[in-house]
Design a protein around this ligand. Structure first.
Ligand code: ADP
Ligand code: MG
Length: 595
C-alpha cells in the first residue's frame, strides 16, 4: 500500500502520545517497522546504550524514492485502513516523524525491485532532499544523538548500561514472537544477541529456548487451546520452575508484546493453588484473535490493550493451563535434580553454570537455579549419613512397581523421605509435601462431588484469637461450613469449633483456625468464592497431612506413590514446592565418574 496522510478525523481518533521515550522505544518502533515490512533478517547496532547511535537494517520491502519524504512526515502511513482491523504492528504513522524531531535521522532504502537506493535525512525536524545512496536491498535506519534537539529529555536517560539492557529486552521480546526472523543486536551490549531464524514445527520453542534459556524448554508444557475464535498457544513453565519476580512472564496478543493486568491476573488464577503467593510462573503465551476483538489503540506504545470479551480470554487461559498441569502426570522440574546433583558434587569440582547465550539477561537476578526451595543446607541433607538417629526402613522393592513412573518404595529415611527405585533411576519423595497435595486434591474432589462430611466434636474446641481475627473468621463461617469446618463466634476474642472435616482425621483445630485467620487477612476480595474455598482447602490439607517424622510401612509408601501417580498436580505441594525429585542412573553414574 502507498504511504499516505491520515485524514484529520482518523488522526483525532488515534491514541496520540509520545512514542520516543528512550533508546529502547526507538528500537521498538524501528524493529516493528522492519517486521511490518516483511523482513527475514533484522540487525540492530547501538552505541552508548542507543543514546549516541541506533542502527536498524533489514531486508524487507523497502521504501520507494518518492515515498521517503512522506515516510518521515507525521501521520503518514502505508498501514492503517480501519482502527477495528489492525493487522500490522505500526499504524499511526508517528514514529519516524517523532524520531526525526528529536534526533539526527537517516533512512536509506531500496524498494523491492527498484534499480537504486535512496536516502533522506532529518535533523531536529528539518528534512534534506532525497539523494542516491549505495544499498543492496531493504532499509537501513540510523538514529544519532537522540534528544540532541530536546536537552530536557536527554537528562532523563538512565545509565548507558540500563538503556542498553532495555534495548536488549525489547529485541528479545520482539524476537520471541517472530521466530522465522533472524535477529542480531550488537554494540553497547556486553551480551550481543544473534538468533538464527528458526523454522519447522518446533520453531517457536527453539526461539523461546534461545531467548529464555534451555531450562525453559525442559521445564515447560506446551499449551494449545481455542475457544470461540480465540487461540491460545505457547509454553507454560512447570509450577516448580518458578521465579521470585514476574520478569519472565511473556505475553503476546496477535504477536504484539503486551503488559495487561487482566492477563497477569488470569495467570495468577491458573497457578493459584500450585504455587506460593510470592512465587511467579515463567511463561511465554501467545493469544491470537480477530483484530476486531481487541483494541490496541489505547496506549501510545501499544503495551496496553483492551479485549472486547476479557472473560472469554481469562477463562481460556485459566482452563488451558490447569488442564495442562493436571494432565501432565507426575513431572517435576529438572532444575531440582540438577541442584541436587550439584549438592552431592560440592566436595569435588564445581559443576559449570549453564551458559545459554541469553542466560544472564534472561535471568537478571543471576539465579540460574530457578527455584529457591533447595536451600544449601536442605541440599546437604540429601546426602544420607548413617548417623545414630537416622533410621532407614529398608524393604525389598515390589517388582511390579519398578516400571511405574514413581517406582517401587525401597526405604524411608529420616522418617521424612521415601526412596523408590524406578526403571532408570531413583526417586526421593517428601512424604509431607506429597501427602498434603493428595489430601488437597481429595478435598477439592469431595467439594465438587458431594460436599465434605464433618465430624462432630464431643466438646467444642475453643480457640482464643485477637478480636479482629475472630471477627474475620466468624464472618466467613458459612464458607468454612461448606468444607466441613463448623465454627462460631464465642465471645469477643474466641471461636468455638464444633465440627471438623472428617477427611482430615483428628487435627489441632486451634492451629488450623489461627492459620485460617492469617490466610483471611490476605484474602483478595476479588477472587471468586471457588478460589477462596480452594485456598481454605489448601490450608486445611496442610493440617491433615502426614507430617514429616512419621514412620511409614512399605505398603503405605507404595500406596502413597501410586496415589501420587493417579492424582492431578501431584508433582508439587500446595505451596509450589516439589513433592519429589528424580535422579536418573545416568546422573548417578556421572557422580561416580562412570560416565
Ligand atoms: P507506521 O509504522 O505507524 O506506519 P512509521 O512512522 O513508523 O509509521 O513509518 C511510516 C511509514 O514508513 C510506514 O507506514 C512504512 O510504509 C514506511 N516504513 C518505515 N520503516 C520501514 C521499513 N523498515 N521498511 C519499509 N517501510 C518502512
Ligand atoms: Mg512504525
Amino acid at each position: 500500500m502507498p504511504i499516505r496522510r491520515l485524514s484529520e478525523d482518523m488522526v483525532n481518533r488515534i491514541a496520540a502520545g509520545e512514542v520516543v521515550e528512550r533508546p529502547a522505544s526507538v528500537v521498538k518502533e524501528l524493529v516493528e517497522n522492519s517486521i511490518d515490512a516483511g523482513a527475514t533478517r533484522i540487525e540492530v547496532t547501538t552505541a552508548a546504550g542507543g543514546a549516541a547511535l541506533i542502527r536498524v537494517s533489514d531486508d524487507g520491502s523497502g521504501i520507494g524514492r518518492d515515498e521517503l519524504a512522506l515516510a518521515v512526515e507525521r501521520h503518514c502511513t502505508s498501514k492503517l485502513e480501519r482502527l477495528d482491523d489492525i493487522r500490522s504492528l505500526g499504524f499511526r504513522g508517528e514514529a519516524l516523524a517523532s524520531i526525526g524531531a528529536a534526533a539526527r535521522l537517516a533512512i536509506a532504502s531500496r524498494a523491492a525491485g527498484a534499480a537504486d537506493a535512496w536516502e533522506i535525512t532529518v535533523e531536529g525536524g528539518e528534512q534534506s532532499p532525497v539523494r542516491p545512496v549505495a544499498l543492496s536491498a531493504g532499509t537501513r535506519v540510523e538514529v544519532r544523538d537522540l534528544f540532541f534537539a530536546t536537552p530536557a529529555r536527554l537528562k532523563f536517560l538512565k545509565s548507558e548500561r540500563s538503556e542498553a539492557a532495555a534495548v536488549s529486552e525489547v529485541v528479545r521480546r520482539l524476537a520471541m514472537a517472530h521466530p522465522h526472523i533472524r535477529f542480531s543486536l550488537s554494540g553497547s551490549d556486553r551480551m550481543p544477541i544473534d538468533l538464527q531464524a528458526a523454522n519447522g514445527p518446533d520453531a517457536r520453542i527453539v526461539r523461546l529456548a534461545q531467548v529464555m534459556g534451555e531450562d525453559f524448554r525442559q521445564n515447560a508444557l506446551p499449551i494449545a487451546a481455542e475457544r470461540e475464535g480465540v487461540r491460545l498457544s505457547g509454553f507454560a513453565g512447570l509450577p516448580t520452575f518458578s521465579r521470585a519476580n514476574s520478569l519472565a512472564q511473556f505475553l503476546f496478543v496477535n504477536d504484539r508484546t503486551v503488559r495487561d493486568r487482566m492477563l497477569l491476573s488470569a495467570l495468577r488464577g491458573a497457578y493459584a493453588d500450585l504455587m506460593k503467593h510470592d512465587r511467579y510462573p515463567v511463561v511465554a503465551l501467545f493469544i491470537d484473535l480477530d483484530p476486531g476483538e481487541v483494541d490496541v489503540n489505547v496506549h501510545p506504545s501499544k503495551a496496553e490493550i483492551r479485549f472486547r470479551d476479557p472473560g472469554l480470554v481469562r477463562g481460556l487461559i485459566v482452563g488451558a493451563l490447569r488442564q495442562a498441569f493436571a494432565g501432565s502426570g507426575p513431572r517435576t522440574s529438572t532444575t531440582h535434580a540438577g541442584a541436587t546433583v550439584s549438592a552431592f558434587r560440592r566436595q569435588g569440582a564445581r559443576p559449570a553454570r549453564p551458559t545459554g547465550i541469553m542466560w544472564q539477561s534472561a535471568y537478571p537476578d543471576g539465579n540460574t537455579v530457578a527455584v529457591g526451595s533447595f536451600a544449601e543446607d536442605e541440599q546437604a541433607s540429601f546426602a544420607v549419613s548413617p548417623s545414630a538417629d537416622a533410621r532407614a526402613a529398608v524393604a525389598e522393592p515390589e517388582s511390579a512397581n519398578l516400571s511405574r513412573p514413581l517406582g517401587a518404595a525401597v526405604a524411608q529415611v529420616h522418617e521424612t523421605y521415601i526412596v523408590a527405585q524406578t526403571a532408570d533411576g531413583l526417586v526421593v519423595v517428601d512424604q509431607h509435601a506429597a501427602h498434603e497435595r493428595l489430601v488437597y486434591e481429595r478435598l477439592k474432589r469431595a467439594m465438587d462431588e458431594h460436599g465434605l462430611a464433618s465430624q462432630i466434636l464431643l466438646i467444642p474446641d475453643v480457640v482464643e484469637l485477637p478480636a479482629e481475627d475472630a471477627e474475620r473468621v466468624a464472618a466467613r463461617a458459612d464458607e468454612f461450613a461448606r468444607l466441613g469446618l463448623v465454627l462460631e463466634r464465642f465471645g469477643p476474642g474466641a471461636i468455638a469449633v464444633r465440627e471438623t472435616p472428617s477427611m482430615l482425621g483428628p487435627i489441632d483445630s486451634g492451629a488450623l483456625v489461627r492459620d485460617l485467620a492469617e490466610e483471611l487477612a490476605e484474602w483478595d476480595e476479588t477472587d471468586t468464592l471457588r478460589a477462596r474455598l480452594d485456598r481454605v482447602a489448601s490450608t486445611m490439607a496442610c493440617h491433615g497431612s502426614v507430617r514429616a517424622g512419621r514412620h511409614l510401612r512399605p505398603e503405605e509408601m507404595d500406596a502413597l506413590l501410586r496415589e501420587m501417580e493417579a492424582t492431578p498436580n501431584a508433582s508439587e505441594c500446595n505451596h509450589g514446592r516439589p513433592t519429589y525429585i528424580e535422579l536418573k542412573l545416568a546422573d548417578i553414574e556421572r557422580l561416580f565418574g562412570r560416565r
